[in-house]
Design a protein around this ligand. Sequence first.
Ligand code: NAD
Ligand code: UD1
Length: 332
Amino acid sequence: MKILVTGGLGFIGSHTVVELANSNFEVVIADNLYNSKEDVLEKLEKITGKKFKLYKYDLTDKTKVEEIFNKENIDGVIHFAGYKAVGESVREPLMYYQNNLISTINLLEVMKKYNVKKFVFSSSATVYGDNGYTRYVESMGRGETTSPYGTTKAMIEKILEDLYYSDNSWNITLLRYFNPVGAHESGLIGEEPNGIPNNLMPYVMKVASGKLEQLSIFGNDYQTVDGTGVRDYIHVVDLAKGHVKALENAPAGLNTYNLGSGKGVSVLELVTTFEKVNNIKVNYKVVDRRPGDLPEYYADASKAFEELRWKTEKTIEDICRDSWNYERKMNN
Ligand code: NAD
Ligand code: UD1
């Protein structure tokens, strides 16, 4: 089966290419290198021992999308390509709506034309919004999104639902990721945010490696285990495997799954685990809460377990070890 992986040189896409290749899927990659580097391709080839065709195309150009489907016999698409920085999306909403929506609509139109109807979409737990619960279940439905980025995810989910209702021969899987972190155990691929990171794990890495002085922990007065924010951190390799399971095991029709560990971990727990596993100090101070942050949420991941036969296998210790291994290898 030949799978087009859009955004396949990015953080989650690259790890998914590895797992697809390990499961003997044929992989074609489309990525415009907006937030990735071409040398990831060689690293993917090194890890898997396989070659991948790369189309350095921007998916907002429909003629380019069509060219891919013309040349390749695509059976299904996993769609990672998109912009993902929450803060930037607040400052530049049009850029986010333009890129995330137009590239998705182009893809779907071309897929329809070529009668390719298997589609897996990278959604996010952010579509639940602040719904007053800590454990998110798929049946809760979407809430009010809090950023243009989140709104693009909710809008694309809706577009896919409408498409499915218009023609239920489509097979569409919406995967709602919780907090993807970690890196491949080879240390060759991982996350490389531009500039000063906003997310916790990349920031911890920069402090541990001495590139940034101190981590600010945003609040320790929440009603949580130790007062700091609680999230469901998922190792990117587990997440990547979830996509393979979605292709293999998702039932016919349109289905939505949380991909998370089902377990909440606090900021302090993550920092102290990182220090212990890697035997390194992370300098931090507690500061005010970050506006817009929720105290605590994590996935109910039982639907993915029951229907996709997928669950996370890696621990928070694995996450801390693999992230640090990648950071050190990248800088040596
Ligand atoms: P990433 O930025 O590392 O990867 C996205 C890739 O898409 C990049 O390589 C980029 O160059 C490419 N791209 C962007 N726009 C493109 C376009 N118009 N045409 C072709 N290529 C384009 O991001 P990621 O962390 O791997 O995330 C992948 C997907 O998962 C995104 O859709 C993101 O919104 C979603 N997601 C990510 C997270 C997270 O925390 N990383 C959480 C929930 C959902
Ligand atoms: C954010 C995004 C979410 C996205 C996710 C990707 C928002 C509102 N949400 O979620 O859409 O899918 O990233 O992983 O931006 N923290 C600190 N210090 C820091 C950074 C973070 O204490 O320097 C804390 C936060 O307060 C939070 C936890 O660490 O409790 C995780 O934060 P972060 O990694 O930014 O992810 P989210 O806010 O959960």
